[in-house]
Ligand binder design. Structure first.
Ligand SMILES: Nc1ncnc2c1ncn2[C@@H]1O[C@H](COP(=O)(O)OP(=O)(O)OP(=O)(O)O)[C@@H](O)[C@H]1O
Ligand SMILES: [Mg+2]
Length: 348
């Protein structure tokens, strides 16, 4: 841990809500300074594209004001179809040579012109085929990235790190969970996107965003009961608390099947393309991880153990400042924002 590095605020611009977290580096680890969420109207961000930037800016500004955040430097992230993460195997070369080879590799691997993307890469440790090395390439569409930076700017903030959700999750996981050789999957089921990051020995060996999430479930409920977005969202939140009607139970099961089917397909793809690595454990999060049947279906379909993520596991949080019940309730959906709050200026 490096002391004295300037702290920055984690700002997760999700499609259902803005989440913000601030951490302080204490002698004995990280300490929670601030955490909160501001809901967005349904039409503000659709399929991860910012449609109503005014609503997003307002939600960010309100959250910053309500939480009394003074720091302006923030880490934001993007996810969904505007991101492409690819692992490629290329002949061993120096980092400099690699930097020159990457644009060519990108052209082969992405459907967009490389002029329209921002990209980064990382050489993966561990064994590859003889004479080759594995490189993880991340490309993000420039226009989408610029839209996310713009709303933060308009809210008076200064994005100094632009991350992607799957790697923020990995960052969060690293400081909260012990290193293991096991192949495990971090899965975050949000409103529009489900992020999957498969780690082996603490290193990402596969990452993908599936464009499916809880928003679809909300839309099904709206249609079935002929109600508005807010009411349908409320219904979802109370699924575990009140009795569930037969119709709602059917839709809930259908949704769990849809999401878990998508996750299963992605993990199957990973297994067949990775020399038969098997996911033994799933660490599950995102707001939609709370939907009944999801956890059970994943255990059945993937044959892995499933644990709900706790991004505050190793983060000191004073019970006088943060109600433990509140923290427990919000924990599963705070994975990305905690990962972002751990970033420091100058990080890639
Ligand atoms: N208790 C709950 N039961 C069922 N669904 C829930 C519950 N709490 C939150 N959700 C759902 O989880 C979703 C929000 O999750 P999350 O905050 O992880 O998404 P997001 O970050 O806004 O979206 P994305 O990352 O996909 O852009 C919403 O669809 C919401 O209805
Ligand atoms: Mg999210």
């Amino acid at each position: 841990m490096v002391f004295g590095k300037k702290e920055i605020v984690g700002l997760d611009i999700g499609s259902s809500a803005i989440k913000l977290a601030e951490l302080k580096e204490a002698r004995n680890g990280y300490q929670l300074k601030n955490i909160g969420e501001a809901l967005l109207p349904p039409e503000a961000i659709v399929n991860k594209v910012i449609i109503n930037s005014g609503a997003v800016v307002e939600a960010i500004s309100t959250l910053v004001k309500d939480l009394g955040v003074k720091t302006k430097d923030v880490a934001i992230s993007i996810s969904g179809h505007s991101i492409i993460i690819k692992k490629v195997s290329i002949p061993n070369m120096s980092e400099e040579e690699l930097r020159e080879a990457i644009p060519w590799e990108l052209e082969q691997n992405i459907p967009h012109s490389i002029d329209n993307v921002n990209y980064d890469f990382q050489i993966l440790p561990g064994e590859s085929q003889e004479g080759n090395m594995d490189v993880l390439i991340v490309a993000a569409k420039k226009d989408i990235t610029e839209d996310y930076i713009a709303v933060a700017n308009e809210a008076g903030l200064n994005p100094v790190v632009v991350d992607v959700d799957v790697f923020a999750l990995e960052n969060m996981f690293e400081i909260n969970y012990p290193l293991t050789d096991e192949v495990l999957a971090l899965i975050n089921i949000g409103a529009s996107v489900t992020n999957i990051n498969i780690l082996k020995g603490g290193v990402s060996i596969f990452a993908r965003d599936i464009t499916a999430g809880g928003r679809q479930f909300t839309e099904w409920i709206q249609k079935e009961f002929n109600i508005g977005y807010d009411e349908a969202e409320k219904m979802k939140y109370s699924l575990r608390l009140t009795g569930i009607s037969k119709e709602l139970d059917r839709i809930t099961r259908d949704f769990a099947d849809l999401i878990c089917g998508e996750i299963e397909r992605t993990i199957d793809f990973f297994t067949t393309t990775s020399l038969k690595e098997t996911v033994r454990k799933i660490v599950l999060g995102g707001g939609s991880s709370k939907v009944p049947y999801i956890k059970e279906r994943l255990v059945e379909r993937i044959g892995a153990s499933v644990e709900i993520v706790n991004p505050f596991k190793n983060i000191i949080h004073d019970v006088r400042d943060f109600d433990p019940e509140y923290i427990l309730d919000i924990a599963p959906k705070m994975g990305v924002v905690i990962g972002l709050a751990l970033r420091r200026k100058g990080d890639k």
